[in-house]
Design a protein around this ligand. Structure first.
Ligand code: SF4
Length: 444
């Protein structure tokens, strides 16, 4: 006699904010899948919808509230988690019908809320453990979170208030996860945290055994071991502490991608001081020159805030001049926005909105020129490119060079590439460039 299996409840997920939040969403979904729940790609098919929110800026909060509103309108059975969980009253005031609200990293609470909202029908067949963790990124790249929280107290940031002080994962646990991801098809590991260069400080850089040898909970050791797994390894959110210099030779040796994502935020000493930025005393321009002498291909991406309270026209000009000297490969800019609870809100010298807009336009124009000139110099070169998408109809493909992180940097657009597949890493001859992207043809 055939056994009729009950259908498991279906979960919908809306994940907002940064890659760190995306990793949290993946963990929650992995746990739910391990418990036998199914996933729904749309609101209509979901028994309950999880909204993992971002509360970094007021604009991100509004976006989170909009997403909650949409999930309530389309489905009506909604659980909220993530950074906005600490503002439960605001959410409940606007959406009294929310089933539950939990905070960032509260995995057990959010999973418990799902058990309550959509209980699993009893069946021995449903509680199957999935073969591997669920991912919200394409199969060929994965974010790898190495720590949570942050020991700094930058004046514009409320992350430490939301996520607490630095808590690093054990290096062997990170390496095991990375190894599993690579075995499952990941070709690029994107290392993320709030402060990657501080990794292991809370563990006093203790050693753990890994494949018969000790590995320290330290950025350099971790980067070296990750580099041995055979995938591209890209380091995000690195601050220019002196020990970062020791990672550059690993880049020159090809173990780690020649790429550093360093959120400098500003260059003028007084602004950096007011921002309370970590490692702001470092002689960054000298360090950059030194890194480039060791690893000429290193690509440096950064982000900057314009219109921080007290920023004068002279200090903004200093930043533009600094950028001319620094010749960064990729730059993102933000207009200063007061975030509820951030210390910067009380600083004197608020910059008028129209001045912020004008400085924002100037920094974007300035950095686009630098980027365009740097990309022009790549025409005629042959670069390794990882393929993100292939268009079978027009025979083209889109990928990224080692200098480009997914979602935030530029792309390489390929012609005559219909034979390639997502995740392939191929040699590409660069034929053209614009302000942010490259164009080329694969050599296979
Ligand atoms: S380093 Fe500064 S900006 Fe980054 S998470 Fe820590 S406090 Fe926030």
């Amino acid at each position: 006699m055939a056994t009729i299996l009950p259908s498991p409840p279906k979960i919908g997920m809306v994940s907002l904010g940064c890659p760190k939040n995306l990793v949290d969403s993946e963990r929650i979904l992995t746990k739910l899948r391990a418990d036998g729940y199914a996933m729904s790609p749309d609101y209509a098919g979901a028994d309950v919808v999880l909204v993992n929110t971002c509360g970094f800026l007021d604009s991100a909060k509004e976006e989170s509230l909009d997403a909650i509103g949409e999930a309530m309108a389309e489905n009506g059975r909604v659980i909220v988690t993530g950074c906005m969980g600490r503002e439960a009253e605001t959410i409940r005031a606007r959406f009294p019908g929310i089933l539950a609200i939990t905070g960032a990293q509260a995995y057990e609470q959010v999973v418990g809320a799902v058990y309550d909202a959509a209980p699993m029908p009893p069946s021995a067949f449903l509680n199957l453990v999935p073969e591997r963790d669920l991912k919200l990124t394409p199969r060929h790249y994965s974010y790898l979170k190495i720590s949570e929280g942050c020991n700094h107290r930058c004046a514009f940031c409320i992350i430490p208030a939301i996520r607490g002080d630095l808590v690093s994962r054990r290096p062997d646990a990170i390496l095991r996860e990375a190894e599993k991801l690579v075995a499952a098809g990941t070709r690029e590991l994107l290392v993320i945290s709030q402060d990657t260069s501080a990794y292991g400080l809370d563990l006093r850089h203790a050693e753990w055994p890994w494949k018969g040898a000790p590995v320290r909970a330290h950025m350099t050791d971790l980067a070296r071991e990750l580099g041995k797994l055979g995938a591209w390894v890209r380091l995000h959110y690195v601050y220019p502490y002196p020990h970062v210099d020791r990672v550059i030779p690993l880049m020159a040796d090809g173990l780690v991608l020649p790429y550093l994502d360093i959120p400098f935020q500003h260059a003028a000493p007084n602004v950096l001081k007011a921002m309370k930025r970590p490692a702001n005393e470092a002689k960054v321009l000298e360090r950059l020159a030194n890194w480039r002498s060791i690893c000429p291909d290193i690509a440096v991406r950064s982000s900057f805030v314009v219109g921080f309270p007290g920023e004068t026209e002279a200090e903004f000009h200093y930043l533009l001049d600094w950028l001319t000297e620094a010749q960064l490969d990729r730059v993102g800019a933000f207009r200063f926005e007061p975030v509820a609870g951030a210390a910067a809100n009380d600083l004197p010298g608020a910059v008028p909105e129209e001045v912020k807009e004008e400085r924002y336009a100037r920094i974007m124009e300035h950095t686009a020129l630098i980027s365009a000139a740097k990309l022009q110099r790549k025409i005629g070169r042959t670069l390794d490119v990882i393929i993100d998408a292939v268009d079978a109809e027009d025979g083209g493909a889109t990928g990224r060079s080692k200098a480009d992180a997914p979602e935030i940097d530029g792309e390489v657009h390929l012609r005559d590439a219909g034979h390639l597949a997502q995740g392939d890493i191929v040699r590409v001859e660069i034929e053209d460039a614009d302000d942010h992207d490259l164009f080329g043809v694969p050599l296979i």
